[in-house]
Design a protein around this ligand. Structure first.
Ligand SMILES: Nc1ncnc2c1ncn2[C@@H]1O[C@H](COP(=O)(O)OP(=O)(O)OP(=O)(O)O)[C@@H](O)[C@H]1O
Ligand SMILES: [Mg+2]
Length: 284
């Protein structure tokens, strides 16, 4: 399999003004996505997912490091031609219909004529906006419909790689399943899909491999099932335990074959965050 996307030491700092220093949004990301793979970028808000994507697209210039798309340097026309992009909060001209939106993107990527019209019909059908739905203005669309229209727009030029930034954000479970099925459909057609999410359950049965980002750093990388069963490790949290009780607990655990790795203040277990996918208000 040839390489689709590759980054090396990709780093982004945002200057915050003269006195406020800089925000480190992404810290030396190494990532390699193979052609035909569905790849998930997983991480909480502000972990650097969108920043990574924008640098791969060439929409942001890295502070250091490099990104390549099918061997071309990110941001070059040759690299951009390979990618269809669905941004995280797409703003579409809402007077356009779904079909007009896809046509607009098609024209931008140099298509036209009967071929484009055929493609529009095919794509609207694929994202389940065929028939009347595709003729309605976008302002009448639900969030899920808008995401699917955007997805059709991203696919119009038949790119090899689809980059979808939180394609299921704000979409209900049924809508999310539809988008997941679309991603699988794309994989079936041999496309490479890179998508981001902050919810593990939206990644787990779609992505072949994932990178878990946290505060701009790569925490984990690999096949999700391996990451989730990586180790059988338990954390026992108890409070206000007397010394002798603590010893007894330790003895009890050891008698059962457990190896007590450490005792003391609870350790921050970032991956638990993902396992539980806490609601927004509890996330920070
Ligand atoms: N243009 C910018 N100027 C300054 N800081 C920025 C800018 N864009 C992003 N950041 C900062 O970089 C960090 C990473 O942001 P990024 O948008 O990549 O995160 P994310 O993982 O996509 O988050 P979310 O899940 O909220 O979309 C955050 O701390 C953010 O505040
Ligand atoms: Mg983002």
């Amino acid at each position: 399999m040839s390489c689709a996307v590759r980054t090396e030491g990709l780093r982004k700092e945002f200057p915050m003004g003269w006195f406020r220093g800089r925000v480190l949004a992404l810290e030396g990301l190494d990532m390699e996505v193979q052609r035909g793979e569905v790849f998930g970028l997983l991480g909480p808000n502000g972990s650097g997912k969108s920043t990574a994507m924008k640098m791969i697209l060439g929409l942001l210039r890295p502070t250091s490091g490099r990104a390549e798309v099918c061997g071309y340097r990110a941001g070059t026309i040759a690299a951009r031609r390979q990618i269809g992009f669905l941004p995280e909060n797409p703003y579409f001209p809402n007077f356009l219909s779904g079909a007009e939106l896809v046509r607009y993107y098609g024209r931008l990527s140099g298509m036209g004529g009967a071929l484009l019209e055929k493609r529009i019909l095919e794509l609207l059908e694929l994202v389940r906006l065929g028939g009347e739905a595709g003729k309605r203005p976008l302002r009448t669309y639900s969030k899920g419909m808008l995401q699917r229209a955007g997805l059709a727009g991203a696919m119009v030029g038949d790119p090899e790689i689809l980059m979808l930034d939180e394609p299921t954000a704000g979409v209900d479970p049924a809508g999310s399943r539809e988008i997941r099925d679309l991603i699988l459909e794309l994989r079936g057609r041999g496309k490479t899909v890179i998508f981001s999410s902050h919810l593990l359950e939206q990644v787990e049965d779609v992505a072949d491999r994932v990178i878990i980002l946290h505060r701009g750093q790569k925490l984990r990388e690999g096949r999700l099932e391996e990451l989730l069963t990586r180790k059988k490790e338990w954390e026992v949290n108890v409070q206000g335990l007397k010394e002798e009780d603590r010893k007894e607990l330790r003895g009890w655990l050891e008698k059962r074959g457990a190896q007590v790795m450490r005792e003391g203040a609870p350790r921050e277990r970032l991956e638990d965050y993902f396992l539980r996918s806490l609601p927004e208000e509890k996330r920070r």
